[in-house]
Design a protein around this ligand. Sequence first.
Ligand code: XIL
Length: 428
Amino acid sequence: MTKSGKTGFLALIIGIALVFAVIVLPLTGCDDGNNGNGNNGNGNNGNGNNGNDNGNSGSGNNGNGNNGGTDQTDNPPVDIMSLPPMKTQFSSYFMIGNIFNPGDVSGSSVTNTRLTRHYNILTAENNMKPSYIAPSQGSYNFTTADSMVNAARASGFKVVGHTLLWHSQNANWMTSSSCTPANMKTYITAVVDHFKGKIYSWDVLNEVFPDGVSASADWKTAMRSDNPWFANQGYSFVYEGFLAARLADPAAILYYNDYNLDNSGKAMMVRNMVKAVNDKYLASSDKPVGESAGRLLIEGIGMQSHHNTNVQASSIRATLNLFKPLGVKISISELDVLGQSYQDFAKAGHGPNKQGSTTVTAQGLQTQARLYGEYFKLFIEFKDIIERVSFWGITDNQSWRSAGLPLLFDSSGKSKPAYNKVIEALGQ
Ligand code: XIL
């Protein structure tokens, strides 16, 4: 059978299974768990050109399966629990991830069936951030994070550790008057060691570069002034922080994570920093015993991808091409796409259940769908370097940017045009 023949056959089987499931099996309403209760949401600014709307037409069949080449944008909404697992559909390309919260686990397992059905790697939305784990010096509270990590692993997920160093949701003791390299290393060593062997990859450093930075800037001096470690000790904390994480758990893949990396200036800063840190590490003897000679220190770049309708796939392509020669893995680590421009979204604001005040139009949802489709075609094209695509939420109402209706599923768990376009990308 040809690849498309196989795909068509598969779609038929899945279609029959779906009809069976819809007719015979009762649809289970499922508990989504709680959404985050963190503080300090950071607005990720839109940038780039105006998005062009193009209403898509075409009559797809049921919104399930992979109907290669057919425009599925107008497929009727389907309940998320009736759709084929995304993790399986994308398994030959990359892992499909999402976020989780304490309400998504119970006892020793993940009880949110939407998560277990579609995703194979989870990131705690908030509970592994320093403000949760170590609110005061010398006192670590791992209880909630432990239950989440252990449940996720027991339910077959990989776990992303998010995040060790961030100017937001930080543990203030690390950065107040006693903001010293020693405090930073103490924290990283304690936390990474605590979870040793359980974390697939760590976001060691989050969001160190400012918006609007020029591609010709020097990464060593261009960091955000509100990054407390940079403000206190300059750029050298980056190497020291990553090294502490490597020594504490050599098996974990260490990531740098940032947003708006479709922006060429920020992308260049990240590229330059990762290259410099890795070059320094390769030339050093700062390695755990037995580590292979060519192993990098920063082995991954997380492109958060909190996008909006002005973010073109071509800008993301340029960044992926810029990062490729670094030889690091890429994760699309926090994907959501507002159904409008960032400027329009900013008027309604952040936070779960702001969708009551949404100004997203039906046309906006079509543009969002088109972009999701274009992004996924691109991700598939770069499958050799992309190891994971994680969404930052399942349904719009749970999103930290809920007023922008940024996810694949609506508040009732039904597929949106964006979902259909993501699946359609599989057939291209
Ligand atoms: C967000 C959470 O989704 C919110 O619940 C919280 O209030 C603020 O943080 N970049 C990141 C994530 O790396 O940790 C942020 O998560 C979103 C932006």
